[in-house]
Design a protein around this ligand. Structure first.
Ligand code: APR
Length: 320
């Protein structure tokens, strides 16, 4: 059977890391697409030359021609601009919306059967627009944010509790922005919910609150340190986890920016929710029950995403 074809739209910091991870995990042949002349071609050649030492099979192609993504099984979209210190993800909306239009049209024309994972920010609005521009079914277009935000939460928790990250589960709901909702009640260490760990005296409420806030600010913390761009290793790993779940039909339970049709009270929008990802793309949005306090935070986050979606409609009337 032919290897799966993975098209990476955007061959910048995240795109290059995605290509490297896809190769090491032998997920398939990789096409790197970028409008920046030579960037995709250079990274493709460099990665191919790492194959003999690493011992992976698979081909790499760099291109600026959408025809080369023809028949892709997975498209991961990072095309656009990242933020600089002092910018919020929302500041990228105008410029990245135009990019989503050209990417959506390219995917529609050449890879209409692909599972599409969007990473470009502001994520929840960009994945919504990408689905509209591409016309692909909503279960085949999803945004990467929850896996990353949850990974940040898990990392901070594992350091606080001094336990393996493997034994920390966590998930983050809502939009991929300042209003995201790291769910304390649904996050555990070895299956023990975080509020119980506070009751047991293993950590304090103050420390837990600080970790929740650090998770919300996780992207900005890295932008502040890097100064020239945003995070790329963890975002790439998170998207690869989603791509692998699809390609290998793993039925993984992963928080993603998924299209909601009434789940958790959200209709006709993309927002971070727990999903099941397998060979049919987003196979299920898990309609979890929130308590009053969580619902207030989640609704505020959904409102923030709605504001961005409305801004997209104002900029591009074809989306209205
Ligand atoms: N078509 C294809 N590629 C494009 C287009 C376009 N219309 N516009 C920009 N690009 C390419 C750029 O040439 C660049 O190589 O997208 C790439 C983006 O790479 P980086 O600038 O390195 O950004 P990166 O860190 O990879 O982040 C990409 O993901 O997390 C988000 O906020 C982040 O929106 C940003 C995106």
């Amino acid at each position: 059977m032919a290897r799966p074809k993975i098209a990476l739209i955007g061959a910048g910091q995240i795109g290059g890391t995605l290509a490297h991870l896809a190769a090491i995990k032998e997920l398939g042949d990789v096409v790197l697409f970028d409008l920046n002349d030579g960037m995709a071609q250079g990274k493709a050649l460099d990665l191919a030359e790492s194959g003999p030492s690493e011992g992976f099979d698979g081909s790499f192609k760099g291109t600026a021609d959408y025809a080369d993504i023809a028949g892709a099984d997975v498209c991961i979209v990072t095309a656009g601009v990242p933020r600089k210190p002092g910018m919020s993800r929302d500041d990228l909306l105008g410029i990245n919306l135009k990019v989503m239009k050209s990417v959506g049209e390219g995917i529609k024309a050449h890879a209409p059967d692909a599972f599409v994972i969007c990473i470009t920010n502001p994520l929840d609005a960009m994945v919504w627009a990408l689905q509209k521009f591409s016309g692909l079914p909503t279960n085949k277009v999803v945004g990467m944010a929850g896996v990353l935000d949850s990974a940040r939460f898990r990392h901070f928790l594992s350091v606080e509790f001094n336990v393996s990250m493997r034994d920390v589960t966590a998930f983050v709901l809502g939009g991929h922005g300042d209003t995201m909702v790291p769910s304390v009640r649904y996050s555990t260490v070895g299956g023990i919910p975080l509020p119980d760990l506070v009751d047991m005296g293993w950590t304090s409420q103050e420390k837990l609150d600080a970790i929740v806030q650090r998770t919300r600010d996780g992207g900005a913390e890295i932008v502040g340190l890097l100064k020239t761009g945003s995070a790329f290793y963890a975002p790439a790993t998170s998207a690869i986890e989603m791509a692998e779940a699809y390609l290998r039909d793993q039925k993984r339970v992963l928080p993603c920016a998924a299209y909601c049709d009434g789940e958790i009270g959200v209709k006709g929008m993309y927002v971070g929710v727990p999903t099941v990802i397998g060979a049919n793309g987003v196979e299920k949005v898990i309609d979890i029950k929130l308590n009053k306090e969580e619902q207030v935070m989640f609704d505020k986050s959904v409102d923030a995403v709605k504001g961005l979606v409305d801004a997209c409609k104002q900029i591009d009337s074809s989306l209205a």
